[in-house]
Design a protein around this ligand. Structure first.
Ligand code: GRF
Length: 232
């Protein structure tokens, strides 16, 4: 059981849900002082939904193909989210672009994990694009969701070197365990410290964030900010 008053998370996903499982594991071992109150998927076959059911978490399938148009789908999605009364909405492998109206409704409360060092490589196929660009470094970012696809202010990142013999699949395989640390650490931070989005700037405990927090030196796995007085 979570402590009374624990922040309520809703996770949106479209597929296997390994990032959802990482959040649940962090909650179970005490790193994440939140309650995952629901998982919603736009895909009826999403493995992440089955996993949520096994965990005893409310699992809602709001399949896009059951609605005549995007507007009807998003109305259902909004209703599903609002019924769960979340503090935070976490997009973790949710493979659908949301309308600006829906995104604005949850401004400052909706985050996404993206497998690149944003602002590099918004959109799909990030691992291959890193190789094609000959980059030395790859990583993942957690950012606030804004109407611009993968364009919202970045809260945190994790970095890793690219090896000369890397393939896109190899990069994806090496990055995923780092994503599984970055997302719970970032959500833990959001649960512990006031993190606000004002216009396009992130404020942490009232101070503007000049650059994304790096997992490790700036952000610990349990969401603390090493070296910042009063926040860890
Ligand atoms: C992750 O790589 C995430 O960064 C991206 O989609 C993938 C989702 O994986 N947005 P999973 O469903 O959490 O396993």
């Amino acid at each position: 059981m979570s402590a009374p008053g624990a922040q309520r998370l809703v996770v949106l996903l479209s597929g296997r849900g390994s990032n959802y499982r990482a959040l649940q594991a962090a909650r179970d071992d005490g790193r994440l002082p939140c309650e995952i109150v629901g998982v919603i998927s736009d895909q009826s076959g999403a493995a992440g939904l089955d996993r949520a059911r096994l965990d005893g978490v409310e699992a809602l399938c709001i399949a896009r193909d059951r609605y005549p148009d995007r507007n009807a789908f998003e109305q259902a999605l909004q209703l599903g989210i609002d019924l769960l009364v979340p503090h935070w909405i976490v997009l973790a492998g949710f493979m659908r672009v949301l309308s600006a109206d829906l995104v604005r409704r949850y401004a400052g409360r909706m985050i996404n994990i993206h497998p690149s060092l944003l602002p590099l490589h918004r959109g799909l196929h990030t691992h291959q694009r890193v190789l094609d660009a000959g980059e030395q470094e790859h990583g993942a970012s957690v950012h606030f969701v804004t109407p611009e696809l993968d364009g919202g202010p970045v809260i945190s990142q994790v970095r890793m070197p690219v090896r000369s013999d890397d393939t896109a699949q190899g990069l994806a395989d090496r990055l995923l365990p780092l994503e599984h640390r970055l997302l719970p650490a970032t959500v833990a931070l959001l649960s512990k410290v006031p993190v606000e989005l004002r216009h396009e700037t992130i404020f942490i405990d009232g101070n503007p964030l000049p650059a994304p927090l790096r997992l490790g030196p700036d952000l610990s796995d349990d969401g603390c900010l090493p070296g910042r007085r009063g926040t860890d």
